[in-house]
Design a protein around this ligand. Structure first.
Ligand code: SF4
Length: 361
């Protein structure tokens, strides 16, 4: 393939097809990809601003029937260390969040078969009554698929009820790689690729600001990584112009510590820093209709995070006061608000604190 023609298409915001995306991934020199991606970053987000946020994660439960083979966080019901977070713990954790100056709560966790829609709607209502300014960034497509099956209703209906109860924005969790070949191996009882996309489509129809993600570096091929990005771009292209859709895309590598994939099947994370930079750049180039690309500094660390900002990323995410899912599988980086801002400055950019909708605060 002639790379120059692909670069020109990308710079003119013409959507690349799968063959072109794979050619970029496998053939393009990294410095050329970074150059093109940085130009596109300047198109979408001119200037030197890089976003960051103060929020905290609270895991609703670690009980999960899905038992994905890349997950070292989930527990079976009845396990000695299985838990459902209690009401008092939410209050203590939200008070701590406010004491750090944040008001965004990322609520995630396992899919506990004992918890139905009413549990989530009551939880959201109660939290919003106690903290009217709290912003809830909660659940994800797999939970919506699970709840719709459990309640025998549609994804749209489940999401509408969650929004009525206080859901403000929707993480694109559980996407991993949107390939049913991959999902049949790593997460066979979780939402299929089509179900994930349909649940996210319902979120877009409801104008719920959403993120898109990719957890890569396990058993997927380069073709499947590129196909994942194209599926996200195609879904984004369906949304109404005045709707949020995906406001960001966040790729992070598989964290293998203690996982079934590593311990039983010998599959280690294929992460390396140059490949992460390549993924950031390819994502910026293929996802020509998603404005923000976030570097996952929590999983790749400071140096790779800084390089990502020159390769298409314009956000470094959160100080994440508490994170238990990827850290259970080996993610080891932590950042204070000061450290995140100095990372951005050291890379040559200007830190801009933002909210969940990527608006400066
Ligand atoms: S990744 Fe999520 S859905 Fe899969 S087992 Fe872990 S908690 Fe459950």
């Amino acid at each position: 393939m002639v790379l120059g023609k692909i670069y020109n298409k990308a710079l003119n915001l013409v959507p690349l097809d799968a063959e072109e995306g794979v050619a970029l991934y496998t053939e393009a020199p990294l410095e050329e990809l970074v150059f093109i991606a940085d130009m596109l970053r300047q198109y979408h987000n001119p200037g030197k601003s890089v976003g960051w946020i103060i929020d905290r994660n609270v895991n609703i439960t670690n009980i999960c029937f899905s038992q994905c083979s890349f997950c070292n966080f989930c527990r079976k019901k009845g396990a000695p260390d299985a838990y459902n977070t209690g009401p008092g713990e939410y209050i203590q954790k939200i008070d701590e969040l406010y004491s750090y100056g944040g008001d965004q709560l990322l609520l995630q966790g396992g899919m506990n078969p004992d918890l139905g829609l009413s549990f989530y709607t009551e939880l959201f209502r109660r939290l919003k009554e106690l903290y009217p300014s709290l912003k809830l960034h909660a659940l994800g497509p797999p939970e919506i698929v699970y709840l719709a099956k459990k309640e025998k209703t549609t994804y749209y209906d489940i999401l509408s009820k969650l929004i009525e109860s206080g859901l403000d924005s929707f993480p694109g969790a559980g996407a991993e790689i949107l390939s049913d070949r991959v999902r049949a191996i790593v997460s066979p009882v979780k939402a299929t690729a089509t179900e994930w996309i349909e649940a996210m489509r319902a979120a877009h129809q409801l104008n719920l600001p959403a993120s898109a993600t990719m957890m890569y570096g396990h058993i997927e091929t380069v073709d499947e990584r590129v196909d994942h990005l194209i599926k996200l771009r195609n879904l984004q292209s369906e949304k109404k112009n005045d709707h949020y859709g995906f406001i960001t895309f966040i790729p992070w590598p598989f964290q293998d510590e203690g996982t079934i994939l590593k311990n039983k099947h010998g599959i280690k994370s294929s992460y390396n820093s140059p490949d992460y930079i390549r993924i950031i750049a390819i994502s910026r180039i293929i996802l020509n209709n998603i404005r923000n690309i976030q570097a996952s500094v929590l999983t790749v660390g400071k140096d790779t995070g800084m390089l990502s900002l020159h390769a298409g990323a314009n956000d470094v995410g959160s100080i994440m006061i508490e994170e238990n899912v990827v850290s259970a599988a080996g993610a080891e980086y932590r950042f204070t608000a000061e450290e995140l801002q100095s990372l951005i400055k050291e890379a040559g950019f200007v830190p801009v604190r933002r909210n969940q909708k990527y608006e400066p605060v």
